[in-house]
Design a protein around this ligand. Structure first.
Ligand SMILES: O=C(O)CCC(=O)C(=O)O
Length: 286
């Protein structure tokens, strides 16, 4: 009789199978790093599309194409972090690509079978841009309150080796376990007190002396996965290398439906009442 052999963990077609200790680590620490999520051959077709966005060749995106480290009206040549939100909306050929499918398998294992893709994002830190800082935040701070549940997996695929030198992701481990979201404020204070979201999309939280920071270096083809409440951000990129990252977030079907029902799509062009949302997070009291 054949011996039963356990399937190896890691890549299996569209699936990336997590080991029990990886699942435990995600829930305990709020993040995971997974090597070799996509091979060179698998990255190649995705990268061709990604780079068209980074070069500014995809038009008519409005505020969904902006600098994540600065104001909406910054000229393209001055962007530090080239930010393309919802690329699959603007380039439907991306829909259903292998990264999306493997990220979906991660979501099913970490947050449940009722998960679905909520939004995607391309982030490219230009070389020699010390100001390419992604401000500290909790993802939930950007999203509507009142969702049926907050379960989220955000997978970030490294298209370049991400290191502390080119501004890799940084997290405060286990900060997702804090029961109350920290107050978020607009990262740029130059906007008028009303209509801040008319000036910039970026929000930030303060870190305390007790917040231990861990860098998450990721090799090209690897991913980091993070929880919606973990405090995270990234430093600038003074190095001569790019740091390009492809983000795909999954949330529960009920949550995505709720978001859409109130007109929230993760587009920076949404006409949602951002002020009310920020009020709920307390920044106006500062
Ligand atoms: O990769 C980064 O530098 C930050 C990305 C981020 O904050 C996110 O995907 O939630």
């Amino acid at each position: 009789m054949d011996r039963l052999v356990a399937a190896p963990l890691g890549i299996d077609g569209d699936e990336y199978r997590l080991a029990p200790d990886q699942i435990e680590a995600f829930h305990r620490d709020g993040y995971l790093v997974l090597d070799r999520f996509l091979t060179e051959l698998e990255i190649a077709p995705i990268e061709v599309v990604f780079d068209r966005f980074t070069r500014g060749e995809v038009k008519r995106m409005g505020r969904d194409f902006c600098d994540m480290s600065g104001p909406y009206d910054r000229a393209f040549d001055d962007f530090n972090i080239v930010n393309a939100v919802r690329p699959r909306h603007y380039e439907p050929a991306l829909q259903g690509n292998l990264f999306e499918r493997r990220a979906a398998s991660i979501a099913r294992q970490l947050i449940g079978d009722d998960s679905e893709l909520d939004y995607d994002q391309f982030l490219s830190k230009r070389p020699r841009r010390a100001a390419a800082v992604f401000a500290w935040h909790q993802d939930l701070g950007y999203w509507p309150t009142g969702t049926p549940d907050t379960r989220t997996t955000t997978c970030s695929l490294a298209l370049d080796d991400a290191t502390p030198e080119n501004g890799c992701l940084r997290v405060v481990p286990a900060s997702h376990l804090e029961t109350v979201l920290r107050p978020h404020r607009p990262a740029l204070r130059s906007g008028a007190e009303t209509g801040i979201r008319e000036t910039t999309h970026t929000l930030t939280v303060e870190l305390g002396d007790d917040d231990a920071i861990v860098d998450l270096p990721v090799k090209r083809g690897g991913v980091s996965v993070h929880n919606e409440r973990i405090i995270h951000g990234s430093s600038g990129n003074p190095s001569p290398r790019w740091r390009r990252t492809y983000v795909v977030a999954h949330r529960s079907r009920a949550t995505v439906e709720y978001e859409r029902s109130i007109g929230f799509t993760h587009s920076h062009n949404d006409e949602i009442n951002w002020e009310t949302h920020l009020d709920a997070l307390g920044h106006k009291d500062e």
